[in-house]
Design a protein around this ligand. Sequence first.
Ligand code: CU
Length: 271
Amino acid sequence: MKHFVIALLLLTTLSLSACNSVKVPKSTMGHSMSATPTDVVPTKSDWKIADHPKANEDIPISIFIKDKANQPIKSFETVHEKKMHLFIVSKDLAYFSHIHPNYKGDGEFAITTAFPAGGDYKIIAEFTPKGGGDSSIESHWQHVEGEAAKEEPLVPDQELTKVVDGKKVSLTFDHLMADKTLHMTFTISDATTDKPIKNLQPYLGAMGHTVAMSADAEKYLHIHPMSTAGNGPKVIFMTIFPEAGVYKVWGQFKHEGKVFTVPFVINVPQK
Ligand SMILES: [Cu+2]
């Protein structure tokens, strides 16, 4: 049944803070695309990270997931092959990492990672307590000591074509505007020959994953392709950007055994 639900999964749209929570139903079959939380299990979290983590050192991170009564949540669904997906972004959104903590039991997830420079990072954990229909999100801002990287201004890309790891990737939208269901399409070709790539491989159970984050790192969307059919060159995602503004979008795809991540900065206009 879960697999069937996952197969129907078209998108997951979540906001990080409860006060401006945006939840879009996974299925677009209903009429309502309103921002109503559906079957997200309410959670709390404790984050245990070394007191003064330094850049470029291995930093153990433990995340304790609890229910609203402060009791550990003990069992989790496996979603896209993992019990937890962890995203780490620097405050300027220049740095992006997608990793998978291990489940230790009793609500505790653990991973060791290194931060590339001093500064502030947002860490976002996505997981689904057993029985939950949609993923829950917990997030944490972490300061890291050490020399800061030069801040990269978040400027919308003039042209939505990038070359990453020998792939040329273009991003197009059917209509780009806030608060409206839209299609975003990644088209992937070989950067040297310009030939369309038709042998993309599934990555974590989907033909691609897209994460989008608002410029202030407060709004977060994790989007999956509309269909698992086809292996490129086009991968189509459907989503809603909850508000107008600048977003950074990271598309992640797998080709010839290697995952590549392609970032874009877009400006989503008002409806
Ligand atoms: Cu993941």
